[in-house]
Design a binder for this molecule. Structure first.
Ligand SMILES: Cc1cc2nc3c(=O)[nH]c(=O)nc-3n(C[C@H](O)[C@H](O)[C@H](O)COP(=O)(O)OP(=O)(O)OC[C@H]3O[C@@H](n4cnc5c(N)ncnc54)[C@H](O)[C@@H]3O)c2cc1C
Length: 334
């Protein structure tokens, strides 16, 4: 085991200071449901852990204003169970409830969920086979591209990496134009969740648009009536406790059967949460029917590049979007 130091500051300011003082090899840790895993697998080897779980108030959930505000330490299960989230924003509640297991959701935080790393087989296995992985070891190559790529992305891929962005929650947040609040040595700033994730390009190890030492302090979602006509539709190898093969977060504003505005984001098929602006534009002003929904689904997958074993994700992704649109439209009639 690689030794590491551990501190548990009680304020955000102390956490940021502790991170800066620790220097190279520092990591924040919250629920630990993915970082400890990666340490045991020797994929992550932090030298300093800054445990943020003693920071009072960082788990607050406030749904009273124009914006839903979730502290970074709020448990996934608590956010999903909040009455306003569960009642008025099914896309958010479903994205959380269809992730992991109840035990994990009780432990895992909504801030940590945003920054979890890919489940690509080759990224997570630096063991005896020591598969090359540009995300884990920059410049080493990508074993997935000529390997078992059934689970890999078809959108946003590069010659260096096809790893899927794993989280469900960031996909729902991307569809809902959510923002993250960040605190770092340079102060506080907000960033669109959609802009938190970088495309892999030639530097797949550089995943998040964070400044050194920045921590997530909150997630904000603007309130919208479209929340009620929304869903997170997730297709996976088994019905529970599995990552998405394809998923779609959809929220609709409707005038009768006509779509006035659609928000669509995809998961499971892309290297980052994927906002499908082409599909949104194709639907604006159209009546929502099974045919227009499927056409929007195909528009959402435009430009997809399959590998050896994952071409099925293109049709699956399109149909997942189409089904999500029909579920959301049904909710708009309620
Ligand atoms: C078996 C299993 C199945 C799963 N299935 C799913 C699934 O289907 N869908 C899904 O979306 N997720 C799934 N997950 C992932 C799970 O949701 C994440 O592990 C969890 O959300 C991470 O939250 P955490 O608080 O435990 O993060 P941690 O493990 O503590 O941290 C994760 C990362 O975030 C960073 N971090 C944490 N908090 C902060 C902060 N406030 N500021 C800055 N950086 C921070 C850490 O440095 C680390 O890099 C699964 C996990 C497991 C183990």
């Amino acid at each position: 085991m690689q030794p590491f130091t551990y501190v548990r500051p009680e304020t955000t300011a102390d956490a940021v200071r502790a991170f800066a003082d620790a220097g190279d090899g520092a990591r924040y840790i919250a629920g630990g449901t993915t970082l400890y895993d990666l340490m045991k697998l020797r994929v992550e080897r932090p030298r300093h852990l800054i445990d943020v779980t003693a920071i009072a108030g960082l788990d607050a959930i406030d749904t009273s204003g124009d914006v839903l505000r979730f502290g970074a330490l709020a448990a996934m299960s608590d956010v999903a169970a909040d009455p306003v989230v569960a009642g008025d924003y099914p896309v958010l509640a479903e994205a959380l409830l269809k992730a992991a297991s109840q035990n994990l959701r009780n432990m895992a935080t909504i801030g940590g969920n945003l920054l979890q790393r890919t489940r690509c087989l080759y990224f997570r296995d630096p063991g005896a086979a020591n598969f090359p992985c540009n995300k884990r070891e920059p410049g080493s190559g990508c074993a997935a591209i000529d390997g078992l790529d059934r689970g890999q992305a078809v959108l946003g891929v590069s010659d260096a990496c096809t790893a899927v962005s794993p989280g469900d929650w960031p996909v729902a947040l991307t569809a809902m134009d959510a923002e993250v609040e960040l605190l770092g040595p340079g102060g506080t700033r907000t960033l669109a969740v959609a802009d938190l994730y970088r495309l892999p390009g030639s530097t797949p190890h550089d995943e998040f648009a964070l400044e050194p030492g920045e921590m997530v302090t909150a997630v904000m979602v603007p309130k919208t009536p479209a929340g009620a006509a929304s869903t997170y539709h997730k297709i996976r190898d088994r019905e529970s406790y599995a990552f998405a093969l394809a998923s779609a977060a959809v929220a609709l504003e409707m005038d009768g059967e006509r779509v006035t505005r659609a928000r669509i984001a995809l998961g499971g098929v892309a290297t980052r949460p994927w906002r499908a602006t082409g599909a949104e534009a194709a639907l604006a002003g159209a009546d929502l029917t099974p045919e227009t929904a499927l056409a929007a689904g195909h528009a959402a997958l435009e430009g997809a590049t399959p590998g050896r074993h994952n071409a099925f994700k293109i049709e699956l992704g399109a149909r997942t979007v189409a089904d999500a649109l029909l579920i959301a439209a049904e909710r708009s009639r309620a």
